[in-house]
Design a protein around this ligand. Structure first.
Ligand SMILES: *[C@@H]1O[C@H](CO)[C@@H](O)[C@H](O)[C@H]1NC(C)=O
Length: 178
């Protein structure tokens, strides 16, 4: 029997390596992609839709060509970036997307000057399906509008902390027993 042991261990090792590779490839953070669905049933609970466009010249052009698709899992907000000439109030560039929480904070929204004179980039975030219909033109509209208070968001991380603490306590207890 003994000569067969290394082979079994080899098989276990290759299985373990395979699992690790598989898990790292499936769970690696990739750019979330839109979910196209032919019916209106949501692909997962709390799925939202956002107007989504890249480098359009106006709000209208953006919305006209926006995809009708569900946002990827993990995105909670709709994000709009609008380059606007504050003197002429002309739109220069509109980008809209589904956004994760790190793209939408009180610090990421608002209007900031660009290197071009009179041109500001105004960013707004909002919560709710297709809430980013309008593009923000000034600091009055370049805001973060949420349906739920923001300070509830960090609570979602607590279960992970409990899990880690629980695991370390369990492993320590197991060490004490053996
Ligand atoms: C932003 O624009 C709106 C409408 O054009 C205007 O009523 C408002 O006073 C502006 N706010 C600022 C801070 O300029």
């Amino acid at each position: 029997m003994l000569p067969y042991w290394p082979k079994i261990i080899q098989q276990w090792l290759s299985a373990a390596v395979f699992c690790l590779v598989f898990m790292s490839s499936c769970c690696a953070p990739t750019e979330p992609s839109l979910i196209f669905s032919y019916d209106d049933s949501t692909p997962f609970p709390n799925a939202i839709k956002c107007f989504t466009c890249t480098d359009k010249r106006s709000n209208r052009e953006c919305n006209e060509r926006a995809y009708d698709a569900f946002c990827p899992k993990g995105t909670k907000y709709c994000h709009t970036s609008h380059y606007v000439n504050q003197k002429t109030r002309e739109s220069i560039l509109v980008n809209k997307k589904c956004a994760e929480i790190q793209d939408c904070t009180m610090n990421t929204v608002g209007c900031t000057d660009t290197s071009t004179k009179h041109v500001q980039r105004c960013v707004s975030c909002c919560e709710g399906t297709q809430c980013n219909f309008w593009s923000p033109h000034n600091s009055t509209t370049a805001i973060f509008s949420t349906l739920t208070p923001l300070n509830t968001a960090p609570l979602q991380r607590i279960p992970n902390v409990i899990l880690i603490v629980g695991l370390s306590i369990t492993t320590r207890l197991l060490r004490l027993v053996t």
